[in-house]
Design a protein around this ligand. Sequence first.
Ligand SMILES: [Fe+2]
Length: 320
Amino acid sequence: MSDQKGNLLGRRNFLKRSGLAMAGAPLLSMSGRDVRDASPTEDKESDFTFVFMTDIHIKPEMNAPLGFQMAIDKVNTLAPDFVITGGDLVYDVMRGNFEKSDGLFKLYTEMSKGFEMPVYNCIGNHDLFGIYEESPEDETHPDYKYGMWQRYFGDTYYAFDHKGWHFITLNSLDVTDNKRYKGFFHSEQLEWLRDHLEGVDKDTPIVITTHIPLLCTFSQLYGKEGSRTANNGAEVFEIFQHHNLKLVLQGHIHWMEYGNANNRVQFLTGGSIAGNGWKGRRHNTREGFMKIMVKGDSFEYEYVDHGWEAERLRLAAIKK
Ligand SMILES: [Fe+2]
């Protein structure tokens, strides 16, 4: 396996489901605005690899573009079929004025053209334009909240198929009355999700991506301060109860975590690209991303270090 040094847990997480081999499982043929077909002509039964990269927090300062470019270069050497991002693409537009915020999205968009494969983006709290009291903009601005993200990337929740697996990116964010962000799946989206799943075969392995975690041990480990899961995550699981929800990909916490809930749902919290605001590790988690290897109806993963920590320390030593 390539990049063994990036495998934090040092073990394989290969969970094989019996009786549901992918051979013969139908590939979904969905239509409508919410489906983006990543592989219309490819062999549906073959294994594949994808990358989950979260909390990029791109900004012009702190050598952040260099760090992101290193991640892009590393991904290109690994040549996955596609990349899924986990939100917080930029840092940040919650408090920002239009020009600065738009510049951050432009920077992200320009840099992410460097990926040599499709990129499926997810929205994070730092991507919500003008939602904080201190922002000079408000809800009258056309780019308010989800608007700027939508202008650059389209719908904030959508689905696509790849080689017999079904991927759904969700929008896990809303705004409170007192102008803070909250982890929440709004009702319009949950309605869409219910309708959407009616067209998805019960046995099809499903991966969902959410910025705010649905499942996370952070709160248990660190107490109240770390209550970092979505308010109504149970509603999401309820919607999936008769489907084969295989894996939940999560961002936000900037740490690396794998979990297996009762052999029913597995989850990966994907570390981060930015660490602690590009200053170093957050929660002692190295900067990196997840490489996920799908094999039939199962998957393995490893956390890949793209070399930013070493480069950051080298640059800091030169500066002294
Ligand atoms: Fe973040």
